[in-house]
Design a protein around this ligand. Structure first.
Ligand code: MRU
Length: 355
């Protein structure tokens, strides 16, 4: 997508260096990070320099290509490659795309007949994962735009825009497509504590795209729905189980329950790379628990113009920081994929191609 008229992708690779927009300091500072080794790339995923299921998936694929490029051309090649895949796989547990990206590149390298061919195939596979991410999100935009009528007021949670993917995004792609087709769309963006992906990243994207929006406290959107100010909800997903249960940013479940209670359509948007066919239902999805400090402090632009954090809680206070929750399929109106919109309990059909 464009920032001040210049087109950017969220993550890309040049030779053996992975480059990405640093999302931890947006929107106040725009910096491109250069990750020279797979360990640097893994750290960038763990520390959320890059975040969002799709962007994590593409970054993991590029990180896996670095693993293969770095591995010694001797009998330890495969052993070192497998160690590297574990380093990437151990960064964050919930987003299925991470494991999808690693596996796509690892299997391409393993099918190669030589180390040299494995290096070439690994980079090709990583670039293909990124290209498929872009084309899938663009298709999600087209399928989802049909649900966004002129004048629609859309609520979204966390950031499931282009920064959460390589480009376009998932939940915000229908909004971008509808807007570019000339419809007026208004967005309520949950701030999404504690990491504030909504107030920082979603608002940044919508501003750059010229789309009217309001940032709302996470605990306000239920009342906005009750007051009749929301026409539909569109969120992203980090992992979709085979029965249609969906893991997404903490706070998603309660929005789904309120929307269901009030009869407001609740859509999940995600490419098929987010579907985990081996996960029978939501109870089997590993939920990440992150540092308490993300709750006890809040990051942002300080008065001295620097990026910093302030402590919110009293000294010695403790916190729980579950990063994701699970929304049961019964609360979801439909899942928007690149292959069409599917009822949650029919989501595995999306893996078979066009709905
Ligand atoms: O912790 P994050 O920022 O990686 O969580 C991101 C989300 O929960 C998004 O909603 C999700 O990844 C869907 S968009 C890819």
């Amino acid at each position: 997508m464009k920032i001040n008229g210049i087109h950017y992708r969220t993550v890309w690779m040049e030779q053996s260096v992975v480059k990405m927009i640093n999302q931890a300091i947006l929107p106040h500072f725009f910096r491109i990070e250069e990750l020279k080794t797979h360990r640097d790339t893994a750290r960038a995923i763990k520390d959320m320099i890059v975040r969002g299921a799709g962007a994590i998936g593409a970054t993991a694929a590029y990180g896996m290509a670095q693993v293969v490029l770095e591995a010694p051309d001797n009998s330890r090649f495969l052993e070192v490659v497998l160690e590297g895949s574990q380093t990437l796989a151990s960064t964050r547990p919930t987003a299925q795309n991470l494991f999808y990206g690693i596996e796509r590149v690892l299997s391409a390298a393993r099918r190669a007949g030589s180390t040299e061919e494995a290096r070439r195939k690994a980079v090709e596979a990583a670039n293909l994962v990124a290209e498929e991410d872009v084309s899938s999100c663009s298709s999600i935009g087209c399928h989802g735009a049909a649900l966004v009528r002129d004048g629609a007021r859309v609520l979204t949670h966390c950031n499931a825009g282009w920064l959460a993917f390589v480009d376009w995004g998932s939940a915000l792609a229908p909004v971008y497509t509808a807007s570019r087709e000339g419809r007026s769309v208004f967005v309520f963006a949950d701030e999404t504590r504690p990491w504030n992906q909504g107030s920082r990243l979603t608002s940044f994207e919508l501003m750059n795209e010229g789309i009217s929006h309001s940032i709302v406290p996470d605990n306000a959107s239920g009342f906005l729905m009750q007051r009749g100010e929301v026409d539909l909800v569109i969120v992203g997903a980090d992992r979709i189980a085979a029965n249609g249960d969906v893991a997404n940013k903490i706070g998603t479940f309660e929005k789904a329950v309120v929307a269901h209670e009030l009869g407001i359509p609740f859509y999940v948007a995600a490419p098929t790379s987010t579907i985990d066919r081996n996960c029978p239902d939501g109870s089997a999805i590993p939920i990440e628990e992150r540092s308490e400090d993300e709750v006890l402090y809040c990051g942002g632009l300080l008065e001295n113009g620097e990026f910093g954090r302030v402590r919110l809680a009293p000294p010695g206070a403790r916190a729980r920081n579950l990063a994701f929750d699970v929304t049961p399929a019964k609360y979801i109106t439909g899942i928007i994929t690149q292959n069409g919109v599917f009822a949650p309990n029919e989501i595995l059909k999306a893996l078979a191609g066009k709905g």
